[in-house]
Design a protein around this ligand. Structure first.
Ligand code: ATP
Length: 326
């Protein structure tokens, strides 16, 4: 057991629905285990500036169901430098913070890892990103909500696509990760799904659309992950429209609406479990790790072990999507 007294909690990188539920869990579990919890505003920016606030049990009342993050999030260029991280460490030392829990994506995890290597600041990272692109956990906080939001939007677009015999290209988030695309595509009945992990040629896509058109489809939806190798939804739609005029072609970019909104029950429970696990892990001496939940079991992943592995898209999901889109 550690003698840690004061733990800092912060959110960093892109915000994700469920981050608030994770903050709440860290604060409440920390207080349960007799720790003082200090909130750090605006991620590493706030850490460098010493923008701290003591958290009480009631500081986190009524945030469980809210999207965004009450501690705000930021990206910090200064923290990418050794000098910036030293400034952040000095602020933590001044505040007598002896452990950190950071909620964010792989970049935020890398930041904590460097702070640990350079200043021996113990930490546990909680994976919070809508992209679900971090190995070592089945799900990251925010992914379920973002995918449900995408599916709701896709259903709405299908109504208008059906009414006008339209072909819609719908761009969803996922710079390097096709998780939202593939699963919203399966759930939304897409005719094709274009993800960053797989090359899809315009010829293949046109063949697919041609085949579905000849089978009397009255509308078609193609889901495109924003980081796809074949280009943006707008670029792909343009190329398809030039060669395939069966449908009237439209593009919708879902964008940041996928980040906001009430977290699903799944993300709230995931965030609650990970928040408690992070406090218990730190208390048990875990450090330089990210908490993950794999097959319902809490695990702690060492930075070096997981950051060297890619999180591959589930191959079977791709197979299912292809079978069902005929
Ligand atoms: P998301 O992918 O959901 O946007 P993220 O945590 O990966 O979340 P990033 O913008 O990559 O988002 O990282 C957040 C912050 O973490 C950066 O602004 C930077 O301050 C810090 N950071 C990222 N990578 C490193 C690194 N290699 N070393 C030190 N700090 C880093």
């Amino acid at each position: 057991m550690t003698k840690m007294k004061r733990i800092g909690v912060f959110t960093s990188g892109g915000d994700a629905p469920g981050m608030n539920a994770a903050i709440r869990a860290v604060v409440r579990a920390g207080i349960f285990y007799k720790k003082e919890i200090i909130g750090i505003y605006r991620g590493y920016e706030g850490m460098i500036e010493g923008d701290f606030v003591p958290m009480e049990v009631r500081s986190v009342s009524n945030i469980l169901q809210r999207g965004g993050t009450m501690l705000k999030s930021a990206r910090s260029k200064e923290f990418l430098t050794k000098e910036g991280r030293t400034k952040a460490f000095e602020q933590l030392k001044k505040m007598k913070i002896d452990g950190l829990i950071g909620i964010g994506g792989d970049g935020s995890f890398a930041g904590m890892h460097h702070l640990y290597l350079e200043h021996k600041m113990p930490y546990v990272c909680i994976p919070g990103t809508i992209d679900n692109d971090i190995p070592g956990t089945d799900f990251t906080i925010g992914y379920d909500t973002a995918t449900n939001t995408a599916v709701n939007a896709i259903d709405k677009i299908r109504d208008t696509a059906l009414s006008h015999n339209r072909l819609f290209f719908i761009e969803v988030m996922g710079r390097d990760s096709g998780y939202i695309a593939i699963n919203s595509g399966i759930a939304g009945g897409a005719v094709a799904i274009i993800i960053p992990e797989e090359e899809t040629s315009i010829e293949e896509l046109i063949e697919k659309l041609d085949a579905s058109g000849s089978q009397n489809k009255t509308s078609s939806l193609v889901i495109v992950a924003e980081g796809g190798k074949s280009g943006s939804a707008m670029e792909i739609a343009k190329k398809v429209q030039e060669r395939f005029s069966y449908f009237d072609t439209k593009v919708t970019i879902l964008g940041h609406l996928q980040r906001g909104g009430t977290p699903t029950y799944f993300d709230r429970v995931l965030a609650s479990k990970m928040g408690v696990a992070a406090i218990e892990g730190l208390e048990a001496g875990q450090t330089d790790v990210m908490v993950g939940i794999v097959h319902k079991e809490v695990i702690f992943n060492k930075f070096d072990e997981i950051m060297s592995q890619p999180k591959d898209i589930h191959k079977d999901d791709l197979r299912i999507a292809k079978i069902l889109s005929i």
